[in-house]
Design a protein around this ligand. Sequence first.
Ligand code: FAD
Length: 515
Amino acid sequence: MEGDADFLGIFAAPIGVAISTATVDRRNVLALLGLAATGLARCSRPPLEDPSSTTRDRARLDVDSGREDAGVTQERRVDVVVVGAGVAGLRAAEVLVRAGVSVLVVEARDRLGGRVHSARALGTTIELGADWLFDTGFHPLAARARAWGIDVRPSDGSYRLLTRDGRHVSTTRERRWREALVEHIQRGRAAGAEGADRSVGELVRELVARRTEREADREGIAWAATAEIERRYGASIDELSLLHFDDAPAPRGVDGRVLDGLSRLIDRLASGIEVERSFAVARIEHGPQGVRIEGSRGAVRAKAAVVTVPVGVLSSGAVTFAPGLPDGKRAALSRLKSGAVAKVFAKFPSAFWEPREEWIGRVLPLDERGRWVELVDLARYGGAPILCAVLRGPNAIEVERMAERAAQGELERVVRALFPGVYVAPEAIARTSWSTDLYALGTHSCLGPGATLADRDALAAPVGSALFFAGEATDRAHAASLRGAYASGERAAGEVLSALGLVGDAGAQSAASTS
Ligand SMILES: Cc1cc2nc3c(=O)[nH]c(=O)nc-3n(C[C@H](O)[C@H](O)[C@H](O)COP(=O)(O)OP(=O)(O)OC[C@H]3O[C@@H](n4cnc5c(N)ncnc54)[C@H](O)[C@@H]3O)c2cc1C
């Protein structure tokens, strides 16, 4: 769409929208705006410090002694245990296995992939989790897909903005709204003293309350906040740090979708890796002698563990550590949030929503901000006539929890109003449930007010010589994405190899090679 490139680049790439290789302008604005992002703090702070952690616990960590603890019926021994079979865990395991290390991946679910979940539904394959490989020219998984002969279809980033009754909004107005949003954020940042961070949402609400703009423009600016910021960071602007939400560099270039589902990449990544499914880890003991993890399928001892569970799960206290995690990591976890994205897929008898752009956006009254604000045309990717509504933040949580019939009714009303005269009712719908998924508890990590990229580094830092951390939230450059997850697994595997002296740096590099 004409004029998109300048603005889409300003806050980093929105999910699924191709960023044209922009421009000196874009770099300037990024430099002006600074870095990062946040999400939904809906979990009470966890008991990360296990109060029962004592010298007795540490004594149980005698990995090499062969001593068995009373009451443990089944105890495996490997060099490295990886907790979580998402992209980060599988990549870490792959690098370690290539280096000749014995690895067991333990995964709470009965499937692999974590927040990648390509499901057969509505007569086709739909992505319940991640969809897009951002910036395919530089994406390691796009490179792996090419090597595996898996087709990645480029996105054209086309976007059509409509009023709630289906009238087209001109690109000039759209551009003006995006410009106004950027200007307001710059001003808001300049006005706020360093150390007095607050949410982007607070600033946007102030702006729309001031009534210095016409009502339609205030609605448009509120839309721009959703399309530009929430889409990219997978979180509500109410949870995003005004000062730091865009700290990480924006993906550039063309995004892509894997035909027939991202899970195809997961299957390839997992080949040759031993994964024990339905093994929910509850406790991790760690010390100089190694680690002992305990969960729903017994216990495993290893020289080291790589923990890749999402921020929402770590923060919930579902996994306890003995000894407890250091203060720095706990503080980082209290600032890193877990954003919410919901998808509702509607399959129609035919694709009546002409002209066919990849994204359809809606400008909404202020009190409905973000509600059914964007739809993706999945039929463009060779599948069935499906529109996928994407919601974020509190709207996402509400729609995931409402009765299915109510969600369908709301979506039908929205689509009917957008396409009067041609609308036909959907044959079926499907929707996600990430906000209540016990092994995700959210969708993307993000930086809340007061958080910075240093919190991602603190989360990534090893504890002692045996406990290592990976997962998208630990990657400062590409957090909240598949690319970040993949890179973090590789980084953690390298740390393990060095710490255990199993191979030198050169060996780690060759193990990490994807060729
Ligand atoms: C709806 C949605 C849309 C997204 N869209 C995109 C996109 O378009 N592009 C993009 O790049 N990224 C996107 N993302 C983000 C991307 O999916 C994640 O960044 C990435 O998949 C995270 O990988 P990970 O390995 O760090 O974590 P996960 O995939 O979450 O892996 C962690 C694993 O740990 C397991 N686990 C949890 N608790 C335990 C336990 N107690 N014991 C054992 N195992 C446990 C989980 O089951 C999971 O398999 C999206 C995410 C969602 C949910």
